[in-house]
Design a protein around this ligand. Structure first.
Ligand SMILES: Cc1cc2nc3c(=O)[nH]c(=O)nc-3n(C[C@H](O)[C@H](O)[C@H](O)COP(=O)(O)O)c2cc1C
Length: 447
């Protein structure tokens, strides 16, 4: 492949500081205080930057689904504080944090994200999500609003925040000591916008960052998400299990961008990928077993439903028998089922089938780095993705494993950049500059 050919974009999910698997916090070499230890999180960020990854990704939301007595909460202690700590100790990697469009006011979120963008010299991204559960709403003493209201508010929030970001004129800050001119006269303007859901008059007293203003990211996949991201986002973090589905999702976002008079290449679709990288499949499976064994009873029960056959928790060491394999029917309600059956038919024991990660949030690589590189190459060359967001099993050594075992293979194949293209997140993503509201979307009415 030529040097100037399009390359795969890669992000790293850091989350709560331990890793994606429930047993990550108890693994050897893991600081059990990683949840509150900012030095640990900075070290993880630096490991991802060593691999030239494009951005770090922090989801955010309710933590209540986990058993806090035995497992850490899923979300990070505070995504903006963590990003601020990381911003000071890294130079090139993008910093994407999640902020709800339903439970924040435009002014406070605009201020936080632009301050992060200034502090990081133009590396911030905002994952604008509408929050979709009553669990989240309960934190604010509220019930979750209807989808129409959430997305109506989201369209207004993003426009208002971008208007606030642009309210400090791009060339306004002269800070000339000689003639006592701090800002150019009339170059910082009120915005006076009042929508159906949110309003602000501004101005926001934060000057432009090195990239102007933060990049808009969206995590989602529903038709509402297509419209929101198609209109505003440069990055979509998606969840998808097959090439066909990823290709369809990517196309839906690109088509939506066209509807808003944008170039579809301005929106980059990232699929999730979870990793347990080890020297061979057996070592990787044993690591996953160590990490997830406490969940096996519920996973076996769930696998029964995915395959439509009874399974015996007391026969974890045995492969499925011929009758089970003949009678198995992948559930049409779970997109992971066909893959689970494929693994079962390879003759792995019940324990190993589950250890392949057949019941996880994204496709899972359990094996040597080349398997991750092959997966990424296949999806990328099929036009299914622009990039991947990687979720390691254990951050403490899983980020290094990706950087040392997968990145060099992708680079040798000409599929991943050798170094950052520029200094800002926009430059490294290859998306256009923007300051204030994008004039191209102004003629489109809010949904
Ligand atoms: C990959 C991905 C990441 C997401 N990250 C978050 C998140 O961090 N916080 C959150 O509240 N919602 C998150 N969401 C949920 C979406 O914002 C959205 O609520 C969900 O996809 C349901 O769609 P709906 O709101 O149209 O019903 C994420 C969704 C996806 C697919």
């Amino acid at each position: 492949m030529q040097n100037n050919a399009k390359k795969i974009l890669v992000a790293m999910h850091l989350g709560n500081g331990y890793g994606s698997q429930p047993g990550a916090w108890r693994m050897p070499g893991v600081d059990p205080e990683s949840f509150t230890n900012f030095d640990v999180m900075v070290k993880q960020a630096q490991a991802a930057e060593r691999g030239k990854l494009h951005f770090l990704f922090f989801p955010d939301g309710p933590a209540s689904e986990r058993d806090i007595e035995t497992q850490p909460p899923g979300p990070n202690i505070d995504v903006m504080m963590t990003m601020a700590a990381i911003a000071r100790e890294t130079k090139r990697i993008g910093l994407v944090a999640t902020g709800s469009t339903t439970f924040n006011e435009p002014f406070n979120l605009a201020r936080h994200f632009k301050a992060l963008d200034v502090m990081s010299h133009g590396r911030a991204g905002w994952n604008a999500v509408t929050s979709s559960t009553d669990d989240t709403a309960a934190y604010y003493g509220k019930r979750i609003p209807s989808s129409e209201e959430r997305y109506g508010r989201a369209h207004e929030m993003i426009q208002l925040m971008q208007a606030l970001w642009g309210s400090w004129g791009k060339d306004a800050w002269v800070h000339n000591k000689e003639n006592s001119e701090f800002t150019k006269k009339g170059a910082i303007n009120a915005i006076n916008l009042q929508g159906e859901y949110v309003g602000a008059s501004g101005p926001l007293y934060v000057p432009p960052s090195a990239q102007g203003q933060p990049v808009i990211v969206h995590g989602g996949g529903s038709p509402n998400a297509h419209e929101l991201a198609g209109r505003f986002a440069n990055v979509v973090v998606g969840a998808t299990f097959t090439i066909d589905d990823a290709r369809a999702q990517r196309k839906a976002f690109r088509d939506a961008a066209k509807r808003y008079s944008r170039d579809p290449d301005e929106i980059k679709f990232f699929a999730g990928l979870m990793t347990t990288i080890a020297k061979d499949r057996r070592t990787a499976l044993d690591r996953r077993i160590q990490l997830t064994e406490s969940n096996f009873p519920e996973r076996v029960a769930y696998l029964q439903r995915m395959l439509g056959i009874p399974l015996d928790i007391n026969r974890l060491n045995e492969p499925l028998n011929q009758a089970q394999l003949t009678n198995a029917r992948p559930s049409p309600y779970d997109p992971r089922s066909a893959h689970a059956l494929k693994i079962a038919k390879e003759g792995w024991s019940l324990r190993d089938i589950i250890a392949h990660g057949v019941i996880d949030y994204h496709p899972v690589i359990v094996g040597p780095g080349v398997e991750a590189a092959d997966h990424m190459q296949e999806w990328f060359e099929a036009g299914a993705v622009d990039g991947f967001w990687i979720t390691p099993d254990v951050n403490a050594d899983g980020i290094d494993a990706f950087v040392d075992e997968v990145v060099p293979i992708l680079q040798q194949r000409g599929l991943f950049h050798e170094d950052y293209e520029g200094e800002t997140f926009r430059a490294n993503l290859g998306v256009p500059d923007q300051y204030g509201i994008d004039p191209r979307i102004m003629n489109h009415k809010n949904k």
